[in-house]
Write a protein that binds this ligand. Sequence first.
Ligand code: AMP
Ligand code: MG
Length: 649
Amino acid sequence: MTNTPLPRDRDTSEQDQFLTILSREDALARFEAALFPLMVPGEKRPLADALGCALAEDVVAPIDVPPFDRSNVDGFAVRSADLAAAGEASPVRVMLNDEVIACGTAPTRPVFSGTATPIATGGPVPRGADAIVMVEHTQPSGPRAIEIRRAASPGQFVSYAGSDIARGEALLRAGTVIGSREIGMLAACGIAQVAVARRPRVAIISTGDELVQPGQPLRPAAIYDTNGAIVTAAISENGGEAQFLGAIPDDEVQLEAAMRGALATSDMLVLSGGTSKGAGDVSHRIIGRLGKPGIIAHGVALKPGKPLCLAVCDGKPVIILPGFPTSAMFTFHDMIVPVLRRMAGLPPRSDAKVNARVPVRIASELGRTEFVMVSLVEGADGLIAYPTGKGSGAITSFAQADGFLKIDALADQMPAGSEAEVTLFTPHVRVPDLVIVGSHCTGLDLVTAPLVHAGLVVRSIAVGSLGGLSAAKRGECDFAPIHLFDDKTGTYNTPYLSEGLELVPGWRRMQGIVFRKGDRRFEGLSAEDAVRAALADPACIMVNRNQGAGTRILIDRLLGGARPDGYWNQPRSHNAVAAAVAQQRADWGMTIAPVAHASDLGFIPFAEEHYDFALVKARKQRPAVQAFLDALASDEGRTALEQAGFRPA
Ligand code: AMP
Ligand code: MG
């Protein structure tokens, strides 16, 4: 294992910060070498509290199960030799012994030749008997005898002592995770307490002045602490006993006190944020004072997750995860979970994997192992893996993905059409019933809601109108939502359809100017006049949209070549425009009416846009497609769209 060489000509500021970047493999190997062997002390737990724990030692069966030869049926204990000649035409008559062996009753009388003893399922086989005859195959013959019309082989319907579990047999091996089946085996042997590996106590600290805990109001410029919750849950999922200590501001004194306190009472400490080597980032400096050997790796050739910091302080792992939640999650699962599970006495996690085709080219950075989250859909011949990433800051890319694929550090891309191995986040991925790939609109959720409530899995992947059309042409989705204006014909969407696609009218979205209510520059004006007023005021700042967006075409039409302040601020969504105006970073922009109203902004209608669906004809008969069409046409669907500010076509 060697350091992966990194291209030198790029990103010099980061090169200064992370001079020694280790490859993923090298970093993990050094981390484990510094940490193990590590004694995880075992503990005794009552069976009821042992669920999910790993056995610390082998368990040997202390008794035979069953503990005696036992009848498997309701019937009669007999000597099989007595019945050798029994048949339909030649019944054998045997006398009944004067006892009935119920469950839990020990027999007192032997079965002599020519006799039988009534016995219940689970009853101990009496001395002398070697087979059981089912009650259904017998007939009473006077008060004290029965007739039997079938022969019985020796051992028939008998479970012998120790046939299930034999005394002295290794029942369960160390490292086995105790589930309900294991608990059943232990209980059958009468074991009430087991030695399990103690769950490592893991303290979790989020760092950052900007963090607010969920449930608290969000102040300006603050964000909710996502990593705290996510890491705490992931630690519990992987055998740790998580203790979340909250978010600590970027203050060296406070943070050092919190880290020392945490390490004193736990086996492992996981922080997130503040891992860059910038001025405000103090955690890695503190680690140097917490114990030897200190930092093992700071900077790993991973994407997302480069700023990961791995340390060992006096035998305890101390980890600083990158601040971005997605980066924090990937590095946690890839680099920390193996170590945590080993400390918890658990076997390595076995991830479920599937093969899928990647429909689009995925660019990748040379020199870093790259993880790309993907959403799985069913194609004509096998699974298709769509990248869902919105960048390392996006938490939804995690939630909407089914799993991820890995691009080798030495590759600079994964070409379109490649076969890739996808590691699933959960073993049983359900391929969606309905796949919608294209432009996203909040109205979509209103139409698919009844499908989801009816138990269908609906997957919508936002790749923009043109991306959706390509997917539809390749037959990778059911519908592609599009809103594409054709200058030549002056119409929406229809001119963009090709062979095999059919247009399903969706709804209209009113595009218009947004401004803060009460802004006298815009109140009561038409869109054209409002833009004129904005251009006349040099202090007025606009917010634009990205090149290629339908909204951008409308803005450029209104501006007529003008480039006012704010023109180069080009966010990619309707909501970002509303947020910029609401938060006074801009004074006006263009967005759709429902978004403007949801943000309580003033709105001047300008042009209605057609949001329609390109339907892949070959998939039209699928039940989920029909259900979507029904929902779109239903009164409930239309009412919901209208209430949200859309106009159904
Ligand atoms: P940092 O490494 O502290 O500079 O953080 C990088 C980015 O991740 C910043 O945008 C932080 O606001 C964000 N971040 C850091 N910690 C958290 C957290 N616990 N939850 C959500 N975002 C975070
Ligand atoms: Mg920070």
